[in-house]
Design a protein around this ligand. Structure first.
Ligand SMILES: [Zn+2]
Length: 213
């Protein structure tokens, strides 16, 4: 079977309208390698277009996507850790100065986990096992009051992934040395609003990302 026409057409539009006019940049990226300014850990959700959200050029962001933008804890004895491998590569090889966990509204993964808490557990499927990474989720009363229960679960998932990132010894060290900053963001699909986690001085609260002029 050939590639679906919509994808093939899209590729040729990209090739003609974006790659061809910007050939110098792509050639440079090919020759010099990547040097992204940040790593983004986002959800697989098709509505969360990471490069579009940050208006990012090719080569600017090192992105890993998985169901519900989760980071497993540091498990050196584990087997196939795709997300952990990407985190390790970003921090130790690319030496990115920032890692961002980007959650989002209407997250099917987080909603499935909430269903699971209601007794609809299926820990035998890949997704069921994966979502157990949300076990022990700390949903705060403040988030529920400020943003509603659904969003509060998504925000708690972002906090949990940030906490798990800090279980990686190399990341913890780079953060302590001031070489790496960790960020938690939540993108609302419908409104476009981004909430940012402020961890300074024990605030630990999400607020709308301000526009710096
Ligand atoms: Zn999602």
């Amino acid at each position: 079977m050939r590639l679906p026409k919509s994808l093939s057409d899209g590729y040729w539009r990209f090739r003609r309208e974006r790659h061809e006019p910007d050939k110098g940049r792509y050639r440079q990226l090919a020759d010099l390698g990547q040097s992204p300014s940040a790593m983004v850990i986002a959800c697989c959700d098709a509505r969360v277009d990471v490069s579009a959200i940050f208006d990012a050029e090719p080569g600017a962001l090192f992105i890993v996507r998985n169901v519900a933008n989760l980071v497993p804890p540091y498990e050196p004895e584990g087997k196939y850790h795709g997300t952990s491998a990407a985190v390790e590569y970003a921090a130790l090889v690319l030496k990115v100065p920032s890692i961002i966990v980007l959650g989002h509204s209407h997250c099917g993964g987080v909603a499935a986990y909430r269903d699971r808490l209601k007794g609809n557990a299926d820990d035998t499927s890949f997704i069921g096992r994966w979502l157990t990474l949300l076990d022990g989720l700390q949903v705060t009363e403040r988030d529920v009051a400020d943003f509603g229960k659904e969003t509060a679960f998504e925000l708690a998932g972002i906090r949990q992934s940030l906490a798990n990132l800090r279980t990686f010894p190399a990341l913890k060290q780079r953060e302590a040395e001031g070489l790496l900053t960790l960020h938690g963001l939540h993108f609302a699909i419908g409104s476009g609003t981004i909430l940012e986690l402020d961890e300074d001085e024990g605030t630990d609260a999400f607020a709308v990302l301000p526009e710096h002029v």
